[in-house]
Design a binder for this molecule. Structure first.
Ligand SMILES: [Zn+2]
Length: 249
């Protein structure tokens, strides 16, 4: 995905720096302005790689992850439409971010970018051009999954809705505020599994049973929330399956 491309400016900001010896003891000095400290005796080279995006000059995966989230995914940008749910994996958050930004590689988008395709039609119904909103929301297959999810939570029928609404905090449903984050984790997980099924159909040429997909959504959302919230004792599997609105964590 585009992250690799966008990361290149960060990676290319490594520089070598010359280590100047201290005129008193001869050991290499760190060389920063106002910094009179020395490198240890085991520094053999007079050059080292320096990561200029952190003041220490040291590269860490943690810092890189933080930069990706802040600068590329805008996860801390509260004024934007980008939202983040820590109860589902990053891959699900990134999927939702891409869906909201229109960056999922559906056939309509690939065609806009000049990619030659055998068909622009939806891989599920074969009736309509595959756009993001069609595949994830409007298609009969997606709608049948959403209907099952809404029924599971006992919150009425699902109506046609823009993609921005289904991934918003309440997923276009009347959910009590105490359950809204759980519900959001569920609808994001559902969207992710609907998309995963799309890729199975396109790249492996086979379709999964819809009830199996629903079961996977129930199980995975439970597992992810329990693991990430650290509150296993407060999320009961029986409640989760039969009356999730009673679950509170
Ligand atoms: Zn369709």
């Amino acid at each position: 995905m585009g992250v690799t491309h966008h990361l290149s400016p960060f990676i290319l900001t490594f520089h070598t720096i010359a280590l100047s010896p201290c005129h008193e003891c001869g050991k290499p000095k760190r060389g920063k302005k106002g910094d009179d400290s020395h490198y240890s005796d085991n520094v053999q080279s007079r050059d080292r790689w320096r990561w200029t995006l952190h003041e220490s000059g040291d590269f860490t995966v943690k810092e890189l992850t933080k930069l990706v989230e802040e600068k590329i995914l805008d996860v801390n940008n509260g004024g934007d439409t980008t939202i983040w749910n820590k109860w589902v994996p990053k891959k699900v958050n990134i999927f939702v971010w891409r869906a909201l930004k229109g960056r999922l590689p559906v056939r309509e988008e690939l065609n806009k970018r000049g990619i030659d395709l055998d068909s622009l039609l939806c891989p599920s119904c074969g009736d309509t051009v595959e756009s993001c909103s069609h595949y994830l929301v409007m298609c009969n297959f997606a709608m049948s999954v959403w209907q099952k999810i809404f029924s599971w939570w006992k919150i009425g029928n699902v109506n046609a809705f823009p993609i921005e609404e289904i991934f918003s905090s309440n997923g276009n449903a009347n959910i009590p505020s105490r359950s809204s984050r759980l519900w959001q984790a569920v609808i994001w997980t559902s969207g992710y599994f609907i998309w995963k099924e799309r890729n199975t159909r396109v790249f492996k040429g086979k379709a999964s049973n819809r009830n199996k997909i629903i079961q996977d959504i129930k199980l995975k959302s439970f597992e992810w929330i329990v693991r990430r919230s650290g509150k296993k004792s407060e999320l009961n599997w029986q409640h989760w399956i039969f009356d999730p609105l009673k679950c509170q964590i």
